[in-house]
Design a protein around this ligand. Sequence first.
Ligand SMILES: C[S@@+](CC[C@H](N)C(=O)[O-])C[C@H]1O[C@@H](n2cnc3c(N)ncnc32)[C@H](O)[C@@H]1O
Length: 219
Amino acid sequence: MKPLVEVAIVDVCRNTRTLPCRKMVIADLGCSSGPNAVALVSIALETTRNHFLQLQHPPPEVSLLLNDLPYNDFNVVVKSLVVLRQINEPIVVAGVVPGSFYERLFPSGSVHLFCSSNSLHWLSKAPEDLRIKQIPAYDIDENVRHERLPVVAGAYTRQFRKDFTLFLKLRGKELVPDSRMVVSLAGRRSDELVTEITHVWGTTAQILGVMASEVNARL
Ligand SMILES: C[S@@+](CC[C@H](N)C(=O)[O-])C[C@H]1O[C@@H](n2cnc3c(N)ncnc32)[C@H](O)[C@@H]1O
């Protein structure tokens, strides 16, 4: 995502309408707590610094905000953020924003760049119709699984559409007009359900299923 974040930052910095107060807010949604947590905001910060250095203009003050669900290990995240703050130019203020990205997280018109890597395939909930009928996402019985595949895939597709539309509406309110959003998530180009990706998940699910039945047998 590095080149995409770099282009987005340069666009935001070039646009005088988006940075009239020379203050910039950058947020990562679904940051997690490993080394990746600060990867995208670090790229954004570095690009901002280089851009203004080249122009020989003072850089804007930057707020870096990292979001994830409340049970994320924010203690680890905060320690990485402190390292980023030690860079003197530009002034960097860093913080965490616990909460779901399927809710409002930031004030209206306040964010200049949203990044999100590999997080938006996490839905807000399992599809209601499957939950009511007690249909699992992955049935251990292969025949049942194949029979139900269109129903299950359809329900998850509808839930994803609902969630993603909501996500875009919420972020649309929070973004400064003319600013940018860079997101990545796993996807598939064709309607064909059996692809390399589903094979990988199928095998993983089978292994987990076997492990679960072995544990059940021992109990
Ligand atoms: C696969 S990790 C990706 C982490 C990191 N962005 C990366 O690229 O390595 C997905 C992250 O999204 C977070 N997540 C899932 N649903 C979320 C939601 N509704 N709101 C905020 N974060 C969410 C998870 O807690 C998890 O940390």
